[in-house]
Design a protein around this ligand. Structure first.
Ligand code: CUA
Length: 320
């Protein structure tokens, strides 16, 4: 949060630092006043010749803690006037920050992000791309995110790039996302949404314009038919199993929409919403026993022989 990598996060970080300094100064002032009060008490006791100062006794007419002078001024000034002034100032700064951050970016790169228990569906309607858990954007350009949910309330939060914004079922929230430099920025669901809330992460990958255009061109292709024999067998395993009821591989009969689109699975860096790296071992473990990797997620285990599993892995690895 305090190492911002985009304009929205930078403004939020600036506001955060101001709030920290203001809050810190007020805290120091309160502690200093408390110290002065205690010190005066002690000195008053010593002047009276006692070894230990007597405990403070509230008398009528002295109900404000015994500070000499005009106690009512401290109560009204410190307890009423100052908080009103400080809170109005902080409120104005916060409103100014909110106004300075637009909630829409370009009309060219519009990205629909749909929350699911416990993963992110990612669609680029203008480019006809469907992917999951990974959002590619061109660095240095503001893009528009449209956030909604397929089930419960989730919250989209990429701390280095922006604040949090909820994904509500039946409602669409807009967010301008921009990364100043190419890089990988981790995001996290920030609204408790069920047992795997903490396991609902994502990656925002900011590419150079050329890399982004190449990625778009790649993702627009349907899955190429497998050519080597083991991958051909693997495709038969996939199309003949229950995988097809939940997953899509564009260009095949697998057209399920309950789980992530697998058309370009091998091009993604992680599995299970950034829970594990996308390696052959993790992929095998995920297919056979997904509950061991991410307990409570919605994917059932798949019973496959060793031969079937190896063929399926070979096929899935062709889905670049
Ligand atoms: Cu989705 Cu928390």
């Amino acid at each position: 949060v305090i190492a911002p990598a985009g304009p929205a996060a930078a403004r939020i970080a600036t506001l955060w630092w101001i709030l920290l300094v203001v809050g810190g100064l007020i805290w120091l002032g309160v502690v200093a006043l408390l110290g002065v009060g205690l010190w005066r008490r002690r000195r008053a006791g010593e002047d009276a010749g006692a070894e230990d100062p007597p405990p403070p006794v509230l008398r009528s007419g002295d109900e404000h803690g015994g500070l000499p002078g005009r106690p009512l001024n401290w109560v009204v000034g410190g307890g009423v006037a100052m908080p009103v002034v400080v809170l109005i100032g902080v409120y104005a700064l916060t409103l100014g920050t909110m106004r300075a951050i637009p909630n829409r970016g370009s009309d060219e790169v519009v990205i629909d992000v749909i929350g699911h228990q416990f993963w992110w569906e990612v669609r680029y309607p203008n480019q006809a791309i469907v992917t999951a858990n990974e959002i590619h954007i061109p660095a240095g350009e503001p893009v528009t995110l449209r956030l909604t949910s397929a089930d419960v309330i989730h919250s989209f939060w990429v701390p280095e790039l922006h604040g949090k914004l909820d994904l509500n079922p039946g409602l669409t929230n807009h967010l301008m996302l921009q990364a100043d430099q190419p890089g990988e920025y981790r995001g996290q669901c920030a609204e408790f949404c069920g047992v795997q809330h903490a396991g609902m992460a994502l990656l925002v990958i900011a590419d150079t314009r050329a890399d982004f255009d190449a990625w778009v061109a790649q993702q627009q292709q349907p899955a190429l038919p497998p050519t080597d024999e083991i991958a051909i067998q693997g495709q038969q395993v996939l199309l003949g199993s229950s995988c097809v009821y939940c997953h899509t591989v564009a260009g095949t009969n697998a057209t399920g929409t309950l789980g992530p689109d697998l058309t370009h699975l091998a091009s993604r860096r992680t599995l299970a919403a950034a829970t594990v790296a996308n390696t052959r071992g993790h992929l095998a473990g995920w297919i056979i026993d997904p509950q061991a990797i991410k307990p409570g997620n919605k994917m059932p285990p798949t019973n496959l022989s060793a031969t079937e599993l190896l063929a399926l892995l070979a096929y899935l690895e062709t889905l670049h």
